[in-house]
Ligand binder design. Structure first.
Ligand code: AMP
Length: 377
């Protein structure tokens, strides 16, 4: 099978690596350069998007900020999964909120802001504190503002009105601030027959709004059921085909959706070593119409992101249960350059191995890891 992926980053690369044993070959569309490239070498394959769509058996996506005409072109081919509606809902917080409402799934109460009257209405309707998020092109905490005290509202409106004035397509989604205990995500797949398979809930730790560590250990069955029910409601509402990720706030055992990602997700990278079938293969199976694989947790696992670094101490490779995944990207501050997966037979052993890993990694480049190690008991 030939699969064209919209987006040519590390997610397309890892799809290519997972697809090769199934004879699924991947080409990738580099949206920034309007070029079809090889997902591992980034070599330009010298064909245009229309030809690449025609040559492919299936078209899919690895990120959601794709120009609307490209989405429409792919949708018209009849071979685009999960399709235009799902990708748009992942890329526009207004559509995402509408989707969650129509699926009957809880998320933070919100108000959409296009002008000053909306801004004032959001504050009186929702109360403080509030989180303001750009409707478009927001990710990893970018395009966000916080409002804690009413006296700061006028100054914040100056910032937000300038932001809105710069782009007529933008809006702001104001959300109630959620006092959550932790952030978790559920990665799962739905196929065209409506069958759903989800991985165990993953606990996520962010530093400066960017994912740092994901932890996948056998967890709370009640929370897993709740997440799975919400996942299924959203996936069914979209008639979704492929892997979908949902990020949640855990508030005293009650889950609220933070956001959805209509694709494979950073918090699911641990599945490469910790699950029976990894999220990249699972996504390809779903979009290619192949049977879904088992999502069972094989062993407790965690993932550490490598941000802005192009080397790590080689000795870490000597740790048992450790796998290193580089993305072949050039170094830039804060950039997702690779990740480390670590697995063990039980939680106690995972904690021990994690502590050994932490001792080998430079703390400045890998802050706050000890906090996550303390979660393992
Ligand atoms: P997002 O880009 O929406 O995932 O937001 C980035 C981070 O901001 C999240 O991972 C949360 O830690 C935090 N955040 C986002 N929305 C809220 C909210 N409504 N209440 C509290 N914290 C939030």
């Amino acid at each position: 099978m030939k699969v064209l992926v919209l987006g040519a980053g590390q997610l397309a690369r890892m799809m290519a690596l997972a697809g090769a044993p199934l004879n699924i070959s991947i080409s990738a569309y580099d949206v920034n350069n309007d070029a079809i490239v090889h997902p591992l070498t980034q070599q330009n394959l010298g064909k245009g998007l229309a030809n690449a769509i025609a040559d492919a058996d299936v078209v899919t996506a690895e990120f959601e900020h794709i120009p609307l005409p490209v989405l429409a072109q792919c949708q018209q081919s009849g071979k685009f999964f999960p399709g235009e509606t799902a990708i748009k809902a992942g890329g526009d917080r207004r559509l995402e909120k509408q989707l969650l409402d129509s699926a009957g799934v809880r998320s933070a109460s919100y108000h959409i802001i296009n002008n000053e009257a909306d801004f004032t209405a959001a504050i009186s309707k929702l109360g403080l504190p509030l989180v303001f998020k750009s409707a478009l092109a927001g990710y990893d905490g970018k395009g966000q503002w916080r409002l804690k005290q009413a006296e700061q509202a006028a100054a914040l409106w100056q910032d937000i009105s300038a932001f809105l004035a710069a782009d007529s397509k933008q809006a702001i989604v104001a959300e109630q601030f959620i006092p959550f205990q932790r952030e978790v995500s559920l990665i799962g797949a739905r196929n065209s027959k409506g069958e759903v398979q989800v991985y165990p809930l993953t606990e996520n730790h962010h530093v400066n709004g960017v994912l740092s560590v994901s932890l996948a250990v056998a967890g709370n069955e009640q929370l897993q059921q709740q997440a799975q029910q919400m996942f299924t409601a959203v996936a069914n509402q979209l008639n979704y085909v492929g892997v979908l990720a949902i990020e949640f706030f855990d508030v005293n055992g009650e889950l609220l959706v933070n956001e959805i990602a209509p694709r494979v997700h950073n918090s699911g990278h641990w599945t490469q070593q910790g699950a029976d079938v990894c999220q990249f293969e699972q996504h390809l199976r779903a979009v290619c119409g192949l049977p879904l694989g088992s999502t069972a947790l094989l062993r407790p696992s965690l993932m550490v992101n490598i941000l802005g670094e192009d080397t790590v101490p080689e000795q870490i490779l000597a740790l048992p249960g450790l796998h290193l995944h580089w993305y072949g990207k050039s170094k830039r501050a804060g950039r997702k350059m690779g990740h480390i997966n670590l697995s063990a037979t039980d939680n106690a052993q995972l904690k021990q191995r994690f502590e050994q890993l932490i001792a080998l990694l430079p703390e400045a480049a890998f802050p706050e890891l000890a906090q996550m190690a303390a979660r393992l008991n």
